[in-house]
Design a protein around this ligand. Structure first.
Ligand code: FES
Length: 148
């Protein structure tokens, strides 16, 4: 039996030990905010925080989460007013929006570790989060705005 928390709520799991966290969240926990893109750890759409660190949930087994605090886009803030979310709205970052929960979770993790990131810091942190709509300039601007 694995026990962990998701957005502050306790969860326990004793199913298939190779169940990816992404599918646990979406199919078993009823939290569809975390998106499936590639399933291979290559696109960032499934990014969540494990103990505050941005992590690809498609490559994380639930059986490895004992004692871990998981945060998803649904739990990043109570009211959608995390500074990153505010900046995202202010600059209308999203186009189709599909990758944006992962982008926001990656950006929030970056800013918690590096509150005033350089362009190089942003590129290094965000380069694994793919956006088919090409919203990268607005993502970078929103991270700078959130850092102010
Ligand atoms: Fe996990 Fe693409 S779905 S990195």
């Amino acid at each position: 039996m694995v026990e962990f928390s998701v957005n502050g709520t306790k969860h326990s799991f004793d199913g298939d030990p190779e169940t990816p966290l992404l599918w646990y969240l979406r199919d078993l926990a009823g939290m569809p905010g975390t998106k499936f893109g590639c399933g291979l750890g290559l696109c960032g759409a499934c990014t969540v925080h494990l103990d505050g660190v941005a992590t690809r949930s498609c490559q994380t087994w639930v059986s490895d989460l004992d004692g871990v605090e998981v945060t998803t886009i649904e739990g990043l803030s109570e009211d959608g007013n995390h500074p990153v979310q505010v900046a995202w709205r202010e600059l209308n970052v999203a186009q189709c929006g599909y990758c944006q929960p992962g982008q926001i979770m990656q950006a929030a993790s970056l800013l918690s570790e590096t509150p005033d990131p350089s362009d190089e810091d942003i590129n290094a942190s965000m380069s694994g989060n793919i956006c088919r709509c090409g919203t990268y300039p607005r993502i970078r601007a929103a991270i700078k705005l959130a850092a102010e």
